[in-house]
Design a protein around this ligand. Sequence first.
Ligand code: 5GP
Ligand code: MN
Length: 365
Amino acid sequence: MEVFYDFLTLPTPHNHKFNTFAAQMKNRFPEAELEDLRQRLSRPNKIVITTHHKPDGDAMGSSLGLYHYLASKGHMVTLVVPNDFPDFLLWMPGTEVVVDYEKAPDIAIEKIQEAELIFCLDFNAISRLEKFGPVIGNSPADKVLIDHHLDPENIFQHAFSYTDACATSELIYEFIVAMGDRHLLNKDIAECLYTGIMTDTASFRFASMLSNTHRIIADLMDAGAENHKIHESVYDNSSEERLRFLGYCLGEKLRIFPEYHTAVISISKEELSKFKNKTGDTEGIVNYGLGIKGITFAAFFAERPGIVKISFRSKNNFSAKDFANKHFEGGGHKNAAGGKSNISLNETIDKFISLLPEYKDALKE
Ligand code: 5GP
Ligand code: MN
């Protein structure tokens, strides 16, 4: 512990980013609010943890990391997810006791009715829970938000919202440390938090990944996270159909608009069923477009029941979040966002293409 904070307070005048972050570190998790939570958590509580619809690696990693931490302190904790999560996250410790609201609504509702405290992780607005939203929104239990998305809703008794964090899992690590419980970090917590940081930074490569996060990763490895095992479990765990589906997307479905530095992949529901598409199979495919030289904006359209779901990724200064928010009822982060559309798949793609000329200058390399 001493080593960690001593490092942060070392003078490093040559490194602006480091100093800025070190200063922010001290301001995260204000002591007064933490003290309130420490009081509440000094006796066993019935706690529900929840996260966003279609939980991804960070949603599950942060939630399971917090689950193991709170359970180790003697609380009765249930993790309730709005719907299922990808198979490549099933290996994570604790997934066997997760309650899926879509599959077991009665148990989910019962747990929420009993809850004294609800932790809301990796989302900023109740609408991100989709149909599960009202169940959480109408619960009288106090709610604690820990998240890194912009513009959090004002419905939480405690809101720890830090948009400069690379992942909610990073914030859970800092929360545990700030609570004075770094000694409680164990292999289960470490593996879950490592996974969340790894997946939300595309394996530690995004600009959001500062040197301090590498220090956190080092600490998680020291606490038992086996990096090679986690990378293999998440990334070398495709079904054959998933890999062939990726080949089909890249070989047959990728469209490039060079004048707008944009790459698009779209998939109909017939194509999804042809490849026996399962939850998580489309995740990450949008990123391949950005791998092409000169491309600054990539979009992936998937036709789901009654809705077209869209993923956006961008490079440099182009805000995928603003684009998603303005045109496709969405949001997210500057370079990784999502949205949806209620018109047909083809109409949605036509709408997207017709918007590109407006952004011609902004999309330049
Ligand atoms: P993905 O493309 O991986 O599904 O999502 C990328 C990012 O955009 C995530 O941070 C996610 O929270 C956000 N996002 C995805 N879909 C939506 C949406 O429909 N609304 C909002 N507000 N954010 C979204
Ligand atoms: Mn996240």
